[in-house]
Write a protein that binds this ligand. Structure first.
Ligand code: FAD
Length: 287
């Protein structure tokens, strides 16, 4: 099923993100975790893609398995920055052959200090290619706190508009921990003429180490309310998990109360976290 159908239902949808293993040795355990997440019947599951292409075959295997065994719609991520046109063409054919209708078109991070294929410079090129290659529902990334390579938000939103105009059906945001930043981003992109659905990406932080990694990766602003929580519970794993899930739930409820209908959760292959968040929202999701 195309995700546009799900995203335009006008009810609260909750989707989950999983990531494939990097190596074959952990394939079965990662697959089992993604199956537990699929059993919860989220609105859809997105499966990330290793920018270097290392996990490319697992992305598709996991997406296919979730779709066929659990009937949950899937979104296969695809990156282009370190790939040749030929490799991307092959991946697109494989996605089509697997019956996956939804693709998240990403550039990927620029590899550090290694030589890489330079057939692509930005995600917009992949979006155009996907649009020409088949009848896909296409997603793309956006950054409420500005992509780290951008000079400012005006430039970032200008390029975002070009990417959407090339054929994007919906956007998913980088994680953020302060909802007003997202609301302000929404005003600015709507003013710039971007009208597609935007899914806020919520990352439940369940241990203190994760927060350091998350900030390094995304550069997200950490509100005092959240840093106090990490200070208080960071050394107590069970309490930190409970508090992190409560914080993410609170963000989701606030988003929904402010009119946001489709929300994406970075579940980090953790079925327990996914289940608890869904449980906290059991009388809200789908209503
Ligand atoms: P782009 O849209 O190309 O933007 C990158 C930068 O280039 C921005 O600063 C933008 O303003 C600028 N830009 C865009 N177009 C132009 C232009 N024409 N001229 C000049 N500048 C331009 N990474 C993975 O490796 N695998 C994944 O599965 C994955 N999933 C992700 C999912 C989400 C929801 C998000 C938010 C990120 C994900 N990433 C993933 C990370 C992503 O690959 C990186 O953030 C990457 O640095 C940018 O990718 P992009 O698709 O946003 O790039």
């Amino acid at each position: 099923m195309k995700l546009t159908k799900i995203l335009n239902q006008g009810k609260l949808t909750l989707s989950f993100e999983v990531f494939p293993p990097k190596t074959n040795t952990v394939f079965e355990s990662v697959k089992a975790a993604t199956e537990k997440i699929a059993e919860l019947k989220p609105s859809f599951v997105s499966v990330t893609y290793g920018a270097g292409g290392g996990t490319s075959k697992y992305t598709l295997e996991i997406a296919k398995n979730i779709k066929s065994r659990f009937g949950v719609p899937t979104l296969a991520h695809l990156t282009c920055i370190s790939s040749t046109k030929a490799t991307v063409g092959e991946r697109i054919s494989e996605i089509k052959a697997a019956g996956i209708e939804n693709v998240m078109a990403l550039r990927g991070d620029i590899p550090d200090g290694v030589d890489y294929a330079k057939d692509y410079t930005h995600a917009v090129e992949l979006v155009s290619e996907l649009r020409k290659s088949g009848d896909f529902c296409i997603g793309a990334a956006c950054y409420p706190e500005v992509h780290p390579e951008s000079k400012n938000s005006v430039e970032d939103i200008k390029y975002l508009k070009e990417k959407v105009d090339a054929g994007v059906d919906f956007l998913t945001t980088q994680m953020f921990f302060d909802n007003p930043l997202f609301y302000s981003f929404m005003y600015r992109i709507r003013e710039a003429g971007i009208t597609v659905p935007v899914l806020p990406g919520i990352m439940p932080i369940t241990n203190a180490k994760q927060i350091e990694r998350a900030i390094k990766l995304s550069g997200s602003f950490i509100p005092t309310r959240f840093s106090h929580l990490v200070d208080k519970f960071g050394n107590n794993p069970d309490a930190m998990k409970q508090a992190g899930i409560a914080y993410a739930t609170d963000q989701i409820i606030d988003l929904y109360a402010n009119g946001i209908k489709n929300i994406h959760v970075y579940t980090m292959n953790n079925p327990e976290v996914a289940e608890k968040i869904l449980g906290n929202l059991s009388d809200i999701v789908g209503k």
